[in-house]
Design a protein. Structure first.
Length: 286
């Protein structure tokens, strides 16, 4: 029976293209990518999936099947128990089992919500303590300097763009691919633009038509550049004061966006000129 379990594990986790289990392997890779977003490590995810798909196992069965270090396996099993997504059965030797995926996701989400609630409660206290300590920096024209910040990951970049929209006084200019715009839409960024009182303009490049999810936005604020072959250009400009430029956008193979934010006047002006030139040469939506 042990040999059969080992063969099944190899077929599923190490399946080669062209074999029957290979499609299942691809699905497990997608599941792994999503579980990593919940704060699990690669090996924690691997052990959870193994227990979830092959049933209760002892620690030796786990580290032998997955070829993981013995000490690390015990540590991970204890960590997964601590997170409430793996149970230890009362047996000798001890067997470990995974909670159903739906229940696991609910547990992980509730844990993150509890952490967020705690941080929110602590926020005002921390701000109050911070304000009690006097500042000894006197900012003058000589001490003011232009800033540049690296921003990595969709969530942090989206937060940065939302803050730009909230603090904008005149306009927001956006140049992006359809995939970037889709991410902005699902992050409610396009809704923020529509609901705000500031002017905004969007250039989609490349694109032949307005994406269906933008049907509620004023078409006069959107232009298309169908002839551009490159999809890797994306930037957002706030007024004449800030710009965020994607070095890796939504179409990058890594699926991990990376951007640079700056408030350099010369930098912002250059990107503003680029947007203006692109707007003049883009096509009006019909």
């Amino acid at each position: 029976m042990k040999d059969n379990d080992a063969n099944l594990q190899i077929n599923l986790f190490d399946a080669e293209p062209g074999t029957a289990p290979y499609e299942h392997k691809l699905n497990l890779q997608k599941i792994t990518e999503q579980l990593l977003k919940f704060g699990l490590s690669p090996n924690q995810t691997k052990i959870y999936i193994y227990l979830g798909k092959y049933g209760p196992k002892t620690a030796p069965q786990v580290f032998k099947a997955l070829q993981l270090p013995r000490t690390e396996t015990y540590f991970i099993l204890n960590a997964l128990q601590g997170r409430g997504i793996v149970n230890a059965e009362c047996s000798s030797p001890t067997k470990y089992s995974a909670l159903p995926l739906e229940q696991t996701l609910s547990t992980l989400v509730n844990t993150e919500k509890a952490k967020l609630d705690t941080l929110t409660q602590q926020k005002s206290d921390l701000v109050q303590l911070w304000n009690q300590v006097p500042s000894y920096v006197i900012e003058t024209d000589e001490t003011k300097s232009e800033k540049l910040q690296m921003v990595q990951g969709s969530e942090l970049i989206q937060i940065k763009i939302k803050n730009m929209i909230k603090s904008a006084r005149e306009e927001i200019l956006m140049f992006c691919s359809e995939k970037d715009l889709s991410r902005f839409y699902h992050a409610d960024i396009t809704d923020m633009l529509s609901d705000s009182l500031i002017d905004f303009r969007i250039i989609i490049s490349p694109a032949q038509r307005i994406p269906p999810f933008l049907n509620g936005i004023n078409k006069k604020a959107i232009k298309l550049m169908p002839s551009i072959n490159s999809e890797n250009q994306c930037f957002v400009i706030k007024d004449h004061s800030e710009v965020i430029i994607f070095l890796r956008n939504a179409v990058h193979p890594s699926h991990n966006p990376f951007a640079v934010w700056a408030d350099s006047r010369s930098f912002v002006d250059s990107m503003h000129m680029l947007f203006g030139y692109s707007w003049e040469n883009a096509e009006v939506c019909h």
